[in-house]
Design a protein. Sequence first.
Length: 69
Amino acid sequence: IEREIPGAPHEVLLVLDATTGQNALQQAKQFQEVAGVTGIVLTKLDGTAKGGVVLGIRGETRIPVKWIG
């Protein structure tokens, strides 16, 4: 990608399903180490009572949550 678009990737977004609960936090930690994640996209937040995972991910990984859906 960098050959075609200088400076790419500009962002590395990790898309997580909010219904996975604390597993989403573990996934974020692991992907941050390997891929240099710059932001989180959290899906299915409206269909779960596990919305607190947003605070856990942000608090423990310092990765900003870019979008929720």
